[in-house]
Design a binder for this molecule. Structure first.
Ligand code: ZN
Length: 141
């Protein structure tokens, strides 16, 4: 099978048509079996195939990942802003502060955020203190 882009000289429409071979096209053309899909004119010409750009698969992939990363980064940045606005930063003291809030009912309208080790988080969980792990990226600016 071969696909040709055909242009109608009469109505300037172009359309794709399939032929079993280039010979078949020539044969049908001679017999005036090829007509315009739009206006039925027989003044149809085979136009030059438009060159198509084939992107290297790897390149596309890189672009895709880059875009995806940018998207994720944007989402995380928004998330970070929300956390910074609504939570108090306690840095390395996160586990300690979390316990203070949990056990001593420390009066605070805000939650806390900070860094904790995996062990801290597991221990807090065992004590019934639920924490959320959020992806964090260092701000470039
Ligand atoms: Zn036409």
């Amino acid at each position: 099978m071969i696909k040709y882009r055909l242009s109608c000289i009469n109505c300037k429409t172009s359309f794709d048509s399939w032929f079993s071979s280039s010979n078949e096209y020539e044969r049908l053309k001679k017999k005036n079996f090829i007509n315009c899909h739009n206006c039925n004119s027989l003044s149809v010409e085979k136009s030059l195939m438009t060159p198509s750009i084939l992107m290297s698969k790897d390149k596309t992939n890189i672009d895709f990942q880059e875009n995806k990363y940018k998207e994720i980064k944007k989402t995380i940045s928004k998330y970070q802003k929300f956390i910074k606005d609504n939570f108090d930063y306690v840095g390395e003291n996160f586990a300690h502060e979390a316990r203070l809030i949990h056990y001593k009912d420390k009066k605070t309208s805000k939650g806390v955020y900070g860094s904790a080790t995996k062990k801290d988080i597991e221990e807090l969980k065992e004590e019934g203190i639920e924490t959320e792990i959020v992806p964090w990226i260092k701000n470039d600016n």
